[in-house]
Design a protein around this ligand. Structure first.
Ligand code: COA
Length: 177
């Protein structure tokens, strides 16, 4: 069993986070989706910039091994004024050990009862169904805010299987009074 802990990411760890994300993309390749874009592609450049901003704002967490080396990460931000999980990735060698769930739980805690949004693929088991098992529900685009719609639009222009890109949200279960 992998021993790990979560802590805030440091700016000098951005290249490591990019490398984790690249390695984690093997799952998509195995499912026949080619996500590899050139490193100077505007989508990739914008993503790195967002992650750097997230680190600077304390909105990036890394899962680290006993040697304090990142093996997974999550970055957060805001869309339409509400919390947004921008990315979640774990090294293939450490997948299916609960690290993704720990990072997801952290994101839910960080959102502090507000709706937590994300975008993902509907049809891949480690995306839509994975988030659904953690309480996220998919939301029709007509019910998403303008910034989230713009995020989906940007992804659909750059990523394969654009029709499978969906928005999901986690809302705290309401407590009956
Ligand atoms: C999504 C991701 C972060 C989950 O990380 P993780 O540490 O493996 O997650 P957990 O150990 O908490 O949960 C594992 C669950 O994810 C799903 N999963 C993970 N890898 C999978 C695979 N290769 N095939 C099918 N399901 C998979 C399963 O539901 C699995 O549960 P199980 O092991 O009981 O079957 C990781 O799979 C990843 O980095 N994927 C590539 C990047 C990605 O898709 N990020 C999300 C973008 S929206």
């Amino acid at each position: 069993m992998t021993e790990y802990s979560l802590r805030a990411a440091r700016l000098d760890e951005l290249p490591k986070m990019v490398a984790i994300d690249d390695e984690a993309s093997v799952l998509y390749a195995q499912a026949g989706l080619e996500l590899a874009l050139e490193e100077d592609h505007p989508f990739v450049v914008a993503e790195s910039l967002r992650w750097a901003n997230a680190i600077e704002q304390g909105l990036a967490q890394v899962a680290v091994n006993r040697q304090d080396i990142p093996i997974g990460f999550a970055t957060f931000g805001f869309v339409d004024g509400e919390p947004y999980l921008d990315q979640l990735a774990v090294l293939p060698s450490h997948m299916r050990c609960g690290i993704g769930t720990a990072l997801l739980d952290h994101a839910i805690s960080w959102s502090a009862g507000r709706p937590l949004w994300l975008t993902t693929y509907a049809h891949l088991p480690w995306n839509g169904p994975y988030y659904a098992r953690h309480g996220f529900v998919s939301i029709k685009e007509s019910e998403c805010g303008p910034e989230l719609c713009a995020v989906l639009q940007e992804q659909r222009l750059a990523l394969p299987d654009p029709d499978e890109r969906i928005a999901m949200v986690y809302r705290l279960p309401s407590v009956a009074t």
